[in-house]
Design a protein around this ligand. Structure first.
Ligand code: C5J
Length: 221
């Protein structure tokens, strides 16, 4: 594949497939599946489930194009020693480490912590376990991207206004160019989805570009 450009807002983003990676943020059962932690908190998971189909298309295109694919999972050690005490008090109804509908909430190795079958990693795709909202915080993501000579990130996943945009902001500050396909990210709150996407591309791409699955797939073909 030759260098080309993604159709995007506020303007097209040139990219080279050799230096581009797809980062699939936290498509975990607990956030996305009915009966998971997200739903237990009173959220309608249909708002985030709409991202699954478009994510599958982008994932398939990335694999066919041979670009690097990285998955992340938010979660903690079973003894919670990597979870800040302040984070343990958040949630309102259910809390990290407590029993949830799919095992202990946001604890590594539990069923709810795992990635949904529709987007499951295949051999050779790095999975970054992260204790925070941002995928760079206390992980080796930067090292993985640096070693792969990656400069451009296609960022998909959930939730738009939390882990997706935290990661995009962190990546932008580190010099990566991030593009977010709007139908490949999801929020439990439609208004947060709208404004989180607008914030990314505001002021001439203040911290990234916004596109859609179709444009990403077309550019990777
Ligand atoms: C949240 C995430 N929303 N992956 N996590 O707590 O966005």
């Amino acid at each position: 594949m030759k260098p080309t450009a993604f159709k995007a807002e506020p303007f097209a983003l040139p990219f080279d497939p050799a230096t581009t990676a797809l980062v699939m943020i936290d498509m975990q059962r607990d956030f996305v599946e009915p009966g998971g932690f997200g739903e237990a908190l009173g959220n309608d998971v249909n708002f985030v489930r709409s991202a699954i189909g478009p994510c599958q298309k982008v994932l398939a295109a990335a694999r066919t194009a041979g670009i690097m694919v990285i998955h992340t999972r938010e979660g903690h050690r079973a003894d919670l020693t990597d979870c800040p005490p302040a984070k343990l008090t958040r949630g309102g109804k259910t809390f990290i480490g407590e029993p949830g509908p799919m095992g202990r909430i946001l604890v590594r190795g539990e069923k709810g912590h795992d990635i949904i079958p529709e987007l499951y990693p295949i051999a050779g795709e790095p999975v970054i376990d992260k204790p925070g909202k941002g995928a760079f915080y206390q992980t080796d993501l930067q090292l993985v991207l640096q070693n792969g000579n990656i400069k451009t990130l296609i960022v998909c996943g959930v939730t738009t206004e939390v882990c997706v945009t935290t990661t995009v902001r962190e990546a932008n500050d580190r010099g990566f160019e991030c593009i977010v396909p709007q139908d490949c990210v999801g929020s439990y709150f439609p208004e947060f989805q709208k404004y989180a996407l607008e914030m990314i591309k505001a002021q001439g791409a203040i911290f990234g570009w916004v596109s859609d699955a179709r444009s990403i797939v077309d550019a990777l073909a």
